[in-house]
Design a protein around this ligand. Structure first.
Ligand code: SAH
Length: 346
């Protein structure tokens, strides 16, 4: 098994069979070796810098009904909210003062924010914060819409493929959502020129090692600038309420593998990882991750953007989150830096 890790480190790729074998055959000892190698690669390209992104969860209305997600349209228990442009700009201002140079506008697929409204909002943020990156994470849109957002000043787009395998994808989503459409969006975004982030959940119901192997092969082919992965965590008001969460152990292992496959990729230690374990994000950084994405949303709406149960930091002010993260990273020998944090994977 160790040879497979060496091969991955030296050639940055494995075959489907090798991926399956390595993921299936993982042991704590092997993981330790993997993380050591992943850290070396991470340090070679990014040193001990940790990039931060300010996450603004600006709407929890969603037209979709993903079986895992707490803000799916069928969940009538959610208190729905939208932030208006002024509120969003205020989040950016707060974030800017705290040293954020990347803002991520994330939300459900909310028809209220028409393409015109988004273009206007992106333009305003672009004017006010010329030295910042604007990242969108608002789901599946037409090529034309993506192009308009890009022309208005958006630089980056986050859209996880969730799971590559069409059959597995079909078990996690209603029939109107397909793996093919999701993946097409990613190719569209790349073609337009966005810095693209994709990724998948670890430990979703029915996920197999073969599914994870497919995810790795897809990542290799797409070659995105960023890869966000986190454990699936059940939400009590969804069809997946009774399923087990994904494990920290497997999530960390996948992080290490991604670092060796795409040495220069941006790799966040996600909030979901920090939710299943109090030291999850630190462990993620030590497995090869180099980005954290604290929340800039107003505390008044934080609890309402619950994609899964027990999400961390829902009561904290942006400044507290920023400080807390800086301390956490410092405690393991890393440093949060003030810059756009562009990907070296181009
Ligand atoms: N509407 C946007 C943003 C989705 S929320 C979009 O379609 O891209 C961001 C990510 O949260 C999702 O891509 C999914 O991978 C993750 N997520 C949603 N529900 C989750 C859950 N129950 N556990 C873990 N991650 C979840």
């Amino acid at each position: 098994m160790k040879e497979l890790i060496d091969k991955l480190r030296d050639t940055n790729e494995l075959s489907r069979g090798e991926w399956e074998c390595l993921i299936r055959g993982r042991t704590p000892k092997l993981a330790e070796y993997l993380f050591e190698e992943a850290r070396k690669v991470r340090h070679a390209h990014y040193g001990t810098d940790v990039y931060v992104r300010g996450l603004i969860e600006f709407t929890n209305y969603c037209r979709n009904d993903c079986f895992y997600c707490g803000i799916r349209k069928s969940n009538l228990e959610v208190r729905r909210y939208r932030l208006d442009k002024q509120e969003i700009l205020l989040c950016c201002e707060t974030g800017y003062e705290l040293g954020f140079r990347t803002f991520v506008l994330q939300g459900g697929e909310d028809g209220f924010y028409s393409d015109d409204k988004m273009v206007e909002m992106i333009g305003d943020i672009r004017d006010k914060f010329p030295d910042c990156a604007i990242t969108l994470s608002i789901g599946e849109k037409s090529y034309e819409a993506y192009q308009r957002f890009y022309d208005a000043g958006a630089d980056r787009y986050l859209l996880r493929h969730e799971t590559y395998d069409a059959e597995h994808y079909g078990k996690l989503h209603p029939p109107e959502l397909t793996a093919a459409r999701r993946q097409q969006c990613l190719w569209d975004l790349k073609k337009i020129g966005y810095q693209v982030g994709t990724g998948f959940m670890v430990g979703t119901p029915w996920q197999t090692e073969a599914n994870l192997a497919s995810d790795m092969l897809f990542l290799k082919e797409l070659n995105p600038q960023m890869v966000g992965i986190g454990p699936f965590i059940p939400h009590h008001e969804t069809p997946f309420a009774a399923y087990d969460a994904g494990s920290k152990e497997l999530t960390l292992f996948m992080l290490g593998l991604i670092r060796l496959m795409l040495p220069k990729v941006l790799l966040p230690a996600t909030t979901a990882l920090g939710t299943i374990d109090t030291q999850g994000r630190e462990a993620g950084i030590l497995a090869g991750a180099n980005v954290v994405m604290p929340n800039l949303s107003p505390t008044s709406v934080r609890k309402d953007y619950s994609l899964y149960d027990n999400k961390i930091c829902t009561g904290d002010e942006a400044a507290e989150c920023r400080m807390c993260l800086a301390n956490r990273m410092h405690s393991i020998g890393y440093e949060v830096v003030v810059n756009r944090g562009d990907s070296l994977n181009n």
